[in-house]
Design a protein around this ligand. Sequence first.
Ligand SMILES: [Zn+2]
Length: 294
Amino acid sequence: MCDKVGIQTAASPRYSVRAAFRLPLLIVGALLLVGLAGSSRAAPSSDKPAGLRCLERYYGVRSENQDGHWLVHLGKSSLPYDDGLNKHAAQRIETPDLQDMFGERYRTGPIRKVQRAEEDPGRARVEALFMARYGRTQGAVVSALLPIDFVGTRLRVHRWVASAFRAVAARLGPLLRQKPELREFLVGMGGTFAWRPIAGTQRRSAHSYGIAIDLNVKRSHYWRWRMNNAGLAWDNSYPQEIVDAFESEGFIWGGRWYHYDTMHFEYRPELLDDACYADPVPTGMGRPSQGGME
Ligand SMILES: [Zn+2]
């Protein structure tokens, strides 16, 4: 087609020689642009989302692409990575898909007051994912628990996160020798494993899998204890050093939530890895979510 146009224009006295070359080049360029646009439209369906790659890395799940949609195999069941529904913040927590788990970015750094109602990074959990990874029943999780010494307290945690708990303890040990006053946060602990739902909800707590810990209950602040007509008054007494020690080893902190629970730490390495947030953020309207102690 290009050759034909070139010959025609070169033979016509109404076109200059320069124009004769310019027209075929424009057509070739346009065809190339159309081709590039087509390939960039097709790419997202076959490229594995960054969040999904992280779920494979940290949860050992498998996935496959079926007609442009990613399906995640969780033992006996399979779930779409993206259920295609637009959700507001409360729905992302109550009925999340796997993609929604990355909807709110978890940010480390200096402790700050959380004031945005939808800022609850990590509270969206797909139960089937945690069951596939850590155990589907109370008995299955109990048989996977290991006793560890955690800065002087004997605790039972899931065997697959025991090394992460030990790594936190290894950070806290020298810190406590340097600042003995921090010890008060690490006594009277609320504990690790408890097969239970999140207070006031049907959703299973991360404590059910032996991957979470509540530190000193008496030093904790919790949104339900402080709720008033003016909304939630964020508060915290936990020090930066303790939060840093946990976050450095893959644990998120309940003090980073608008619905705060400051004694609560939970092993969620996928939320502390920058590479897991490379996908576009799902849209939402940002209505305050509900629920209880995690
Ligand atoms: Zn907790």
